[in-house]
Write a protein of this length. Structure first.
Length: 460
């Protein structure tokens, strides 16, 4: 089909309908889950949205020096039956994301929509899609260039989270009698706001395919919004999405001025709580504490993706000396417990392993600095940085292998197996060899298990 700049008419918006068999996800959860609850305080209309989108398309078109205002894109008219979030996301990829990408690329903005498994490392949390440019950009707060995720997209099921009136849902957020659709709509808003905040992003899109909320972070704890409903948009849905991509491409970064120390005046003594939770185990386990996001500074230039989250450097600050405290440097193992509901249990199991091996912390395993939850979206383990892992191509000398064996032996002496012997899990800091990633660490079932694991060390 053909469309034209700057209005980008788009009449072939692929339809998504409920499966006529009647089967579809109810939106309920069979396993324990957390509920997003952020510091979002104000929702305000994005009154300039239409003008902002029109102007950014015109200016980008002028920079592209196109010889024609007419663009040809592949038609997406196929109707799709959907039954859950996964099928809605799959439909969106061909029905909307591909046309948006084609138009943006035609205007010289080369990028794509990626899923959490798409390979980009510099992200905290796991939004459904991220618009990512193809080249590395400098980050205003980071030392090295990286691929910024310019805008986030989160999909929900329209029969579970109707997204009808988010300002009203937010205004009545303390009403315990809210209906399920309104409650889950508000949770979805907090979820995407969390992703935007964790990653210093200005723009986000929250949609259930029937309704699309275009979001922009402005002042602290504030989101501006513009709503487009399917079938009656004031502009074409293609123009609105392309406009958001271009706005984000021009100015994606947003972080408010850090609050003063007085902002944390009502908080308990955070440092004391951390110390007590680490030193005083409850039933042999570390407690999971709420962590004020403003006291945790993630360094996304060092973010490495995992199956359900990432490993990232961070600094923990004290509220009493905000702005002056150099901070405690930690490595955080972070999981998104909204998207991956089982991931929190795995992290809790790893925290139990650190508790069981408490006497070995700072010697052959990292020092444990706490088990935390952030806004009901993230859970993380804070650990001592212990240097670089042994690379796959490195020659392991007899001296180095002896140190590796000695490290594993101490864990075995405590009656445990590590469970994942690999070069990547042996780190060196000075002359010490430290074993990391205790996700599979458990009590040994037999002496032969200990012998087998030591043989694995020798085979590296």
């Amino acid at each position: 089909m053909q469309t034209s700049l700057p209005d980008l008419p788009f009449n072939n918006y692929g339809k998504a309908e409920l499966d006529p068999s009647g089967f579809h996800s109810s939106g309920t959860y069979t396993s324990p889950r957390t509920y997003p609850r952020t510091d979002l305080n104000t929702l305000a209309p994005w009154t300039s949205f239409l003008e902002d989108v029109h102007q950014v398309i015109q200016s980008t078109t002028a920079r592209a020096h196109l010889t024609s205002s007419t663009l040809t894109i592949e038609p997406r008219t196929r109707r799709t039956f959907v039954e859950n979030e996964e099928t809605i996301r799959a439909h969106a990829m061909f029905a909307l994301h591909e046309p948006v990408t084609e138009v943006a690329n035609s205007l010289g903005v080369n990028g794509n929509f990626y899923t959490p498994s798409g390979g980009n490392a510099a992200i905290i949390g796991a939004p459904d899609f991220s618009w990512v440019v193809d080249s590395a950009w400098p980050h205003p707060k980071l030392v090295v260039p990286y691929q910024p995720l310019h805008a986030y997209v989160e999909y929900k099921m329209w029969w579970a989270a109707d997204l009808v009136d988010l300002p009203a849902a937010h205004a009545h957020r303390h009403d315990k009698k809210r209906d399920t659709a309104s409650r889950q709509s508000l949770e979805a808003l907090h979820q995407i706001y969390g992703y935007m905040t964790f990653n210093d992003n200005k723009f986000g899109i929250l949609t259930n395919w029937q309704r699309v909320w275009f979001l922009r972070r402005t002042e602290r704890k504030t989101l501006e919004y513009y709503l487009i409903e399917l079938g009656s948009p004031p502009i074409s849905i293609l123009k609105a999405w392309v406009g958001m991509v271009l706005l984000a491409n021009d100015n994606w970064f947003y972080t408010p001025t850090p609050p003063s120390a007085r902002y944390f005046g009502t908080s308990p003594n955070v440092q004391t709580n951390r110390r007590d939770a680490i030193q005083n185990l409850v039933d042999g386990q570390y407690q999971c504490l709420a962590l004020d996001y403003h006291l945790c500074r993630f360094d996304r230039s060092y973010a490495r993706p995992g199956a359900s989250g990432c490993v990232v450097m961070a600094k923990f600050l004290q509220p009493s000396s905000l702005g002056r405290d150099p901070g405690l440097e930690v490595i955080c193992k972070v999981v998104d417990v909204v998207r991956y509901t089982d991931a929190g249990g795995l992290l809790e199991g790893e925290a139990r392993a650190y508790a069981a091996l408490q006497s070995l912390q700072g010697q052959v395993i990292p020092t444990f600095y706490g088990f935390y939850e952030v806004w009901g979206i993230l859970k993380l383990l804070a650990l001592q940085p212990v240097g670089d892992a042994i690379s796959e191509g490195e020659n392991i000398t007899q001296e180095l292998r002896a140190k590796m064996r000695a490290t594993v032996q101490q864990i075995h002496n405590a009656g445990y197996v590590h469970g994942d012997i690999a070069r990547r899990n042996f780190c060196r800091k000075g002359s010490n060899v430290v074993l990391v990633d205790l996700e599979r660490c458990r009590r040994a079932r037999s002496q032969s298990e200990l012998f087998d694991e030591m043989d694995q060390v020798d085979s590296l």
